[in-house]
Design a protein around this ligand. Sequence first.
Ligand SMILES: Nc1ncnc2c1ncn2[C@@H]1O[C@H](COP(=O)(O)OS(=O)(=O)O)[C@@H](OP(=O)(O)O)[C@H]1O
Ligand SMILES: Nc1ncnc2c1ncn2[C@@H]1O[C@H](COP(=O)(O)OP(=O)(O)O)[C@@H](O)[C@H]1O
Length: 216
Amino acid sequence: MTHTASSNTVYQQHPVSSAQRAQLKRQQPVVLWFTGLSGSGKSTLAGALEQALWQANRHTYVLDGDNVRHGLCGDLGFSQEDRAENLRRVAHSAALMLDAGLIVLSAFISPSREERQRVRKIIGSERFIEVHVATPIEVCESRDPKGLYAKARRGEIPNFTGISAPYQEPLEPELRLDTSKVELPELVQQLMAYLNQRGILDEAPVDDISLRSSQT
Ligand SMILES: Nc1ncnc2c1ncn2[C@@H]1O[C@H](COP(=O)(O)OS(=O)(=O)O)[C@@H](OP(=O)(O)O)[C@H]1O
Ligand SMILES: Nc1ncnc2c1ncn2[C@@H]1O[C@H](COP(=O)(O)OP(=O)(O)O)[C@@H](O)[C@H]1O
């Protein structure tokens, strides 16, 4: 994990470890990072996968761009700098949730390759699963559930991703899904199969619990 830290602070180790928290939850904490255009299906996929994981007794949390921008990042807009700061805060929030033992599902446009790379570093590559929701822009625009593409075309939203601001497709995502070609239940099955195949739904390895308890 990469850190920047306030001066004169010392990182505190607490007696219960990350591994112990994950072990109690019987899962391997990871972040599934859904990236794609507005309307591509990020939130829908994250929500549907969370439902499947919840039904399988897994401990999860969804971090969603629209929601985070109502609080933690409510002071940020959509310039390159603000998007970078948005994603930096979200990446550190996700890292805390990993430390708590959760499987995190995040739904952010995250249009910049460089910023996604930075997120991967903050979270740790082995725990970061990039999922490109590669629905074509024509389909996203025809869905336009919030009327944002229409507004952007009328020039009423500056820096709108895909219209007046860039989206850089991931070059080597762990997964690439297209919600215009495959039905939602099938996509959720594909995601669950991937998690199973990676052993993420297996129990966390036994940590040095006995050693730790004998030290306290
Ligand atoms: N200019 C502009 N460009 C793109 N999107 C915009 C913009 N203004 C508002 N919105 C709404 O904000 C949601 C995207 O926020 P994110 O935090 O995911 O964006 S980013 O990752 O920081 O680029 C996005 O949500 P989704 O449609 O769910 O992707 C929009 O509802
Ligand atoms: N697999 C799918 N098949 C058909 N429509 C979908 C699918 N996934 C999402 N949608 C629709 O696309 C629209 C945008 O989905 P949403 O999840 O809000 O996208 P995003 O979070 O990327 O902006 C919604 O109207 C949703 O119902």
